[in-house]
Each structure stands twice: as C-alpha cells, then as structure tokens.
Design a protein around this ligand. Structure first.
Ligand SMILES: *[C@@H]1O[C@H](CO)[C@@H](O)[C@H](O)[C@H]1NC(C)=O
Ligand SMILES: *[C@@H]1O[C@H](CO)[C@@H](O)[C@H](O)[C@H]1NC(C)=O
Ligand SMILES: *[C@@H]1O[C@H](CO)[C@@H](O)[C@H](O)[C@H]1NC(C)=O
Ligand SMILES: *[C@@H]1O[C@H](CO)[C@@H](O)[C@H](O)[C@H]1NC(C)=O
Ligand SMILES: *[C@@H]1O[C@H](CO)[C@@H](O)[C@H](O)[C@H]1NC(C)=O
Length: 679
C-alpha cells in the first residue's frame, strides 16, 4: 500500500492518498510500520539544508514506530477509534516521506536550501498533524508496555511544542547566495571563496553535481509562475557559472549528454528558422516558391511584388526574364518537418515568433549577467588556457550552445568563435570534436555564421571535413557547412572552395548514418544556388545518390537524396547526368512502393523534371514502365497537393505521347539518346 507514488511527482508536493475505509486494521498497521521504517532510513542520508528539522522529525517518528510495532505484535482487536487515528498517521507519514525524499535529493540541494523556510514550516505542520492524529488514539484501550506508553506520551507533547525553525546556518548561506545573485545583477564577478562556501555547504564537490542541478532547475522552469521562474533562472545562472569556473575537470559525463532525439531529428536541428522566413514579409513561408534568379520567397509576397510591376529579384536586384515561380517543394518539406518536430502548427508563424522570443530571454537579470560572465571566462580560457582548459572550455561551449539562443549570442559576443576555429587543427581528437560541435550550434546564430566566415572558417571547416580525427568531427563539420549554406553569400563561398563538394561526397560515400545525412543536407543547401549544380555534378555525387536509392538502407536518406536529385533535374545538365545512371527503374520502383508521401512527391517531381528537360526519349523510356501509370493515378487521389498537380502534368505528357505515336510515326529520338540507358 505504500508503493511509491513519486514517479513524476514534482518537488515539494505531497500527493498522499487516504487508506481506504474498509481496510483491515492489521493491514493498515503493518503498512504504517513499514512506512515508519522507511522514514527512519533517511537518518543516514546526506541532508544539505534543514538537517536539524529533518532529523528531529525522524527521531519522533522513530519513537512512534516502536509503539506501533508493539501494538502490531500485541493482542489482536483494535478499537475502531484507533483505526481512525492510524489512517490519519498513515496520510501524514506519506507526506513526511515525500518531504524527506526532497531533502535528500542530490540534484536539488540549492533549490531546497533556497526554500528552507517553506520546508521548515512543512516539517512543523506535518509533525503537528502527527500529534493531532495521536491525540485521538484511545491509549487506555491499547495493550502495550508502560515505558512505551510513557515514551509516546512524551513524543506527543514534544510534537505539539517543537518549533521547527529555519536553521541559522541555512539562513546564512541563503544570504550568501542572494548576495552573489545581486552581484550578478550589477555585473560584479563573485568572489571564488563565497562560491566555494556555498558549494561546500550543499556538498557539491564535482562538476557533474552542478550540472545535475542545472538540469533539475531547467526542468522545473516549465511548471512555475513568473516570479519563481526568475529565481530558478538566477540559480541556474549561478550554477552554470560555478560549473564553468570552479571545477577544472568534467567528471561523470564523458561525452556529450545522451541524445534523446533520433538521428533524423538531430539533423533537423541543423535548420535555421531564419532560412524559413520570406525575405519580403519576414514571416515563415507557408508556400515557398523559387523565381528565375534562384531565390525563394513566399508565394503570396512575391506575387504581390510582381503585381506591383517590379520585374526584379527583391534580394539581388537582378532583372527577371519572366515572372514565373516554381514551388520550392524541398524547402517546404523542411519547414513542415521542422514545425512538426517542434510541435508548431504549420503556417502558424505568430506562435513560432513568440516561442523564439521566449528563448531569447534569460529569465532574470542575474541569469543574463551570469551567462555573460561565463562567456567572458570561457573566451579567456580558450585564448590563454592550458590545453586541458581549452578542451574543457570547448566542452562547456558545446553544452551551453545547445538550445539557448541567448547563450549562443553571449558566446558569440564574447568572441569565442575565432578561438574555437583555432582549435580545429589541434592534435587532440576530443578537443577538436568539442570545438566543431560548439561551432556547429553557434553557426545557427546569424552573427555566429558571420564570425566563422570572416575568420576564414570555411576553409578550416572543409579541411576538418576531410581530415577530422574522429568521424563525429567530420559529421559536425558537414552540419556546420549546412548552416553556413543557408546564407546565399556563404553558399557561394563554400562552392568556390574546390575541396568542399568532393569532401561532402566522400562523407556520403563513407560516412556513418548521421554523417551521410549531414552531408546530404549540406549539398542540398549548396544546390539551392543554381551556379553550384555543375560542381555537384562533376564531383560525381549523382551516382552515389542513386546507390542510396537502391540500397534501401534508410527512408530518410532516400528522401534527402531524392530532394537533391529533384533540384538538380530542374536544369538540363542535371537531367543529362541523372539519365546516365540508368536509374529510372529505381525511381519508378520507389514511387510504387514507398510509404512516405514526401518521398513519393519527390519522385513525381523528379520524373516530371526529367521529362520536361529530357524530352522525347525520356518519355519513350517512361511509357514502357508497367507500374508508373498506376502510381501516378493513385498520386492524383492520395498525393500531397503538389504531387497531385505534378502527377497530372506527367500523365498529360505521357498521354500526348501515346496519342502522337498512334497517329503517326515517332519523331526521331533526340541526340542525348546515347546518355540514356534503361534496364
Ligand atoms: C544556457 O545553457 C544552459 C545549458 O548548460 C541552460 O541550462 C540554460 O538554460 C541556458 N541559458 C539560457 C538563458 O537559456
Ligand atoms: C546542437 O544542438 C542540438 C539542440 O539544439 C543538439 O541536439 C545537438 O546535439 C547539438 N550538436 C552538437 C554537435 O553538440
Ligand atoms: C572509410 O571509413 C573507414 C572508417 O569508417 C576508414 O577506415 C576508411 O579509411 C575510409 N575510407 C576512405 C576511402 O576514406
Ligand atoms: C558555385 O557558385 C558560385 C557562385 O555563382 C561560383 O562562383 C562557383 O564557381 C560555383 N561553383 C561551381 C564550379 O559550380
Ligand atoms: C508495385 O508495388 C507492389 C507492392 O506495393 C508490388 O506488388 C508490385 O509488384 C510493384 N510493381 C512493380 C512493377 O514494381
């Protein structure tokens, strides 16, 4: 009956349950005894704050336990009023147990300290409740030894009188914490000896202990009201500061934190929401389309722009020959996937913007300033530290840059990027990996991207991509290139480095699953710039993409490969290269058998582009395929709206071909025929 109800219980809550009314007195009694046993076991655990109160509660309950054991082992037959009293005790002791559990948690010591007054009050309330429950007990009717009876009467008196005040030492250390936080607010660096006193008091002797409490505070923030969030954030800032400044070695958590997300969504974190905004409206694009210059805009914005009679590309000022727009399916898919991964309703850009706003804030002034000081400290360690200090600083940056936009901007402002770039060429593989992992997430920040590029980062990252000491480092390098490629200017820079695309190709060929995935999205980013198609083609990427289609190892990779192919096929030279690969069969086969709507959509786009650019002989080959018509017709009803339209166009092309053929001899095949092979 006292099974622990605390799975998922929040700290400082007491979800105790009443024993049911019909419970047998003996059952209730043995459950109570077990409960008191458990409470007594907390005597030997580490209690950072409210230690005296906790131990006093445990002592009094220990006396009650002896009494209850006597009752249990004595004569049967309890008066019914005793059952009432025991039920109340049971309820109270459950709560005491929760409270003790919180007092001994090893990831919430600072938080419990800061709540010391509330906790002391809670002990008083619960022990008074125990006294009240014992008051109802008809002691005269219960057979126990006289000494035991005397003991319990003594405890009842003590329970009613004990003060359970906040400990003087607790109060003093709470004061010390508060003054450090006030110092943070004023931009005053805390005294190391003050910090050490606080850490010693709560028994934090290792890096990982601080890190654990940071995570605890992080998880609490979601539940709390604004005032409490301020304190939680400030304490988090304090503990982050301690973690970075007070400990020289990282213990307990050797690599990065265990990733909870799967590989596929890991890569989606590569995406920068800034890439999803329409350059005209600055809103997240609901229907991205590409114009003649290769730039993407939201359909409604660019239509308005053109309707206003401006036949130029808003981004480059180039004149556009025609005002035709081509849907940018691939980009749309990425936006949709990003939205669903982050629980954002697609097209609901208002909410999205609000969420970003929230993560830009630190939660409190003290937290904000503490983070700035941490960033300064790390930047100095990177600049002037020993190799070990540099490695640790790179690791801290890696952790800090993971999720928070605010943290990233502090780090970039503090100038860590050039220092991290220097670490890319060190001989220590762990340092190298930490540095590129930090850069990867800092490259999500727009100023971070600029800093990387301005400090010669593109070449350094490409070198790392080719020669990284660990496969993870190469993989992060590819991810970083992907982010950089979200800016048109940088896309060009990367394309100009003759080693970049070949190195990405190598990773597609020989990388891990995540490596392949990152390399694919990086190439996808690069081919958004039409001028780079040629380099991708001459690097021989296309045959590798087809290998991916036929090896069926992962649907995610297949979809990414198709996204690149569909983009390349929009240009005639892309069509030629793709035709060389004898791969129509596998595209048609995937269209027939895939279960993913977006994969099918890319197949249809790719086939349509091939027919439009490849002309007659491509159509000649396609009409021979037995399953194609069926697949296209089912796309008309089951496909995404884009797939429906494209399937419709493709069906029309195939029909026209049939009609022409039945009404006369086929025109001569086009000269590209020699490129086309179909099994
Ligand atoms: C900075 O990063 C840490 C991760 O170590 C995180 O707990 C904290 O919430 C971040 N700060 C802000 C202001 O978001
Ligand atoms: C970058 O941040 C994301 C979360 O935004 C995280 O999942 C990922 O592991 C980080 N990358 C690296 C290489 O640490
Ligand atoms: C492919 O990767 C393996 C390890 O993953 C490595 O040993 C091998 O040298 C690589 N081959 C090439 C050609 O890079
Ligand atoms: C990639 O695009 C840039 C910008 O147009 C160009 O300068 C570069 O030569 C391209 N790379 C190739 C060879 O396609
Ligand atoms: C299409 O897929 C179905 C199973 O989904 C399979 O039975 C059929 O043989 C396939 N057709 C062709 C021509 O590949």
């Amino acid at each position: 009956m006292i099974q622990r109800l605390n799975s998922g219980r929040r700290i400082l809550t007491y979800p105790a349950v009443h024993p049911c009314e019909a419970i047998a007195p003996q059952t209730l009694l043995s459950s109570l005894v077990a409960l008191t046993h458990n409470i007594c076991s907390y005597k030997s655990k580490f209690i950072a704050s409210n230690k005296r109160n906790a131990l006093e509660a445990v002592r009094q309950i220990g006396v009650v336990r002896v009494f209850l054991e006597e009752v249990r082992d004595g004569l049967p037959g309890l008066p019914s009023s005793a059952v009432l009293s025991f039920s109340e005790l049971h309820l109270t002791f459950q709560k005491v147990q929760f409270l003790l559990e919180d007092c001994t948690r090893d990831d919430a010591r600072v938080w419990m300290l800061m709540n010391a007054e509330q906790v002391a009050n809670q002990f008083r309330i619960l022990i008074r409740a125990m006294a009240t429950a014992l008051d109802v007990l008809p002691l005269d009717l219960i057979h126990v030894a006289v000494e035991v009876k005397e003991q319990i009467e003594l405890v009842m008196r003590q329970a009613r009188r004990s003060k359970f005040e906040i400990d003087r030492n607790d109060r003093r250390v709470v004061g010390a914490v508060k003054s450090v936080l006030i110092g943070f607010e004023k931009g005053v660096y805390p005294d190391k000896s003050d910090l050490k006193r606080v850490l010693d008091y709560v028994g934090f002797k290792r890096w990982s202990q601080c890190e654990k409490e940071v995570r605890f505070l992080d998880s609490e923030i979601g539940f709390e009201n604004l005032r409490v969030v301020g304190l939680l954030s400030s304490l988090k800032g304090l503990l982050c500061y301690c973690r970075c400044v007070m400990f020289e070695t990282v213990d307990g958590l050797p690599g990065p934190r265990p990733e909870t997300k799967s590989c596929s969504s890991e890569v989606l974190h590569c995406l920068n929401i800034e890439d999803f905004r329409c350059p005209i409206s600055l809103e997240i694009m609901a229907d991205p389309v590409t114009i003649g210059t290769g730039h993407s805009y939201d359909r409604s914005s660019i239509k308005k722009w053109f309707r206003a009679g401006k036949p130029i590309c808003p981004k480059t000022g180039e004149k556009v020959k025609n005002m035709e727009v081509v849907p940018n399916l691939a980009l749309k898919r990425l936006i949709q996937q990003y939205c669903s991964d982050n629980g954002i309703a697609y097209g609901d850009s208002g909410r999205w913007n609000r969420d970003i706003g929230r993560t830009k804030l630190a939660g409190s002034l003290a937290a904000e300033q503490a983070m700035k000081m941490v960033a300064e400290f790390l930047s100095q360690s990177l600049e002037a530290g020993t190799p070990e200090e540099k490695n640790k600083a790179a690791y801290e940056i890696r952790l800090l840059s993971k999720t928070s936009i605010f943290n990233r901007s502090c780090l970039v402002e503090a100038g860590v990027v050039p220092h991290l770039l220097k670490l890319l060429s060190v001989a220590d593989s762990q340092t190298q990996e930490n540095a590129i992992a930090g850069l990867l997430n800092l490259s999500k920040h727009s100023k971070g991207k600029a800093e990387i590029v301005e400090n010669g980062g593109v070449d350094l990252i490409v070198d790392l991509l080719r020669e990284g000491l660990k496969v993870e480092a190469c993989q992060h390098a590819a991810g970083t290139l992907f982010y950089l490629a979200s800016i048109d200017e940088y896309r060009i820079l990367i394309g100009e480095n003759p080693r970049a695309i070949p190195a990405l190709r190598e990773l597609i060929k020989n990388g891990s699953h995540s490596g392949k995935k990152n390399a694919l999205v990086a190439i996808f980013g690069l081919v958004m710039h039409p001028a780079n198609h040629t380099r991708v083609l001459t690097a021989g990427v296309v045959p590798l993409l087809f290998d991916m289609l036929t090896s069926f190892d992962s649907e995610v990779l297949v979809t990414d490969a198709l996204a690149i192919l569909a983009t390349l096929a929009e240009k005639p030279e892309g069509t030629v290269a793709i035709s060389c690969c004898k791969a129509l069969d596998s595209i048609v086969g995937i269209l027939n058998s895939s279960t993913s709507r977006s994969t099918k959509e890319f197949c249809v786009s790719l086939l349509l582009a091939l027919c439009v650019n490849g002309g007659h002989n491509m159509v000649t080959l396609l009409v021979k395929s037995p399953s194609l018509m069926g697949s296209l017709y089912s796309q008309l009803s089951e496909g995404t709206s884009r797939a429906r339209k494209r399937a419709g166009s493709l069906i029309k092309i195939l029909h026209e071909f049939h009609e022409r053929r039945s009404s006369g001899p086929v025109t001569r095949v086009l000269p590209q025929e020699r490129f086309v092979h179909v099994r």
